[in-house]
Design a protein around this ligand. Sequence first.
Ligand SMILES: [Zn+2]
Length: 259
Amino acid sequence: MAIKIDKKIKGYQVVKPEDKAAPAPAAAPVKDAAPVAEVIQMHESLERPETLVGNTYKIKSPLFEHALYVTINDIVLNPGTPHEQRRPFELFINSKNMDHFQWIVALTRILSAVFRKGGDVTFIVEELKAVFDPRGGYFKAGGVYMPSIVAEIGAVIEQHMKSIGLIHDPEMSEATRQLIAEKRAAYEKANSATSTAAVMGATSSAIGTSDTAATGNDTHTNASGFPAGATLCSKCNTQALVLMDGCQTCLNCGYSKCG
Ligand SMILES: [Zn+2]
């Protein structure tokens, strides 16, 4: 049967046998749908709305002369319904540095395409974070080790996905949390015996430095808030590994070499 098309063709889709089994797929325009519309899922043929909400993240790396600006724009599916969901839709990277322009453009296009494909897109984070720069990585402020600039782009996407609720932090069990708190307290107690003596010596020799003595503990922590001598934990990439009872213990994630 011939069908005359008297409207502009805005998109098309090849009908598969399984589509015929389920008549009237979601191809119908959303605006014509009744208030009780079906739940819209992320799909590659989803049209880009005129306006998208997003965030721009700045990445400053010693490996790059200029900062990178990573913009992730999101689409809000089923707004105002219980099925409301915010999902990343596209990603752009901008920089003054044009050395790696073609690869950066290729990466952003592929990432955007993956976002639009739908399904679980959180795997991207692990893939990117596992990229190592042969020249060596670098430490970010806060003591987190970044093995490459690509890994940091992965970390930015992870941060974004967490902020929109696509990735949930694995809940640390109450027992683990308590164990870490106990270990930290024990470590600080063992160390404060020596540091208090030092502080007391300092105040007695210089009168009027009580303010510095009161905040003296701050100098014993590093940028991430862990004891100053802490080394890098291989599990959580944070400088929170301390030696306790002859055993390397992470005060951030609880990792311990001795189990
Ligand atoms: Zn750790």
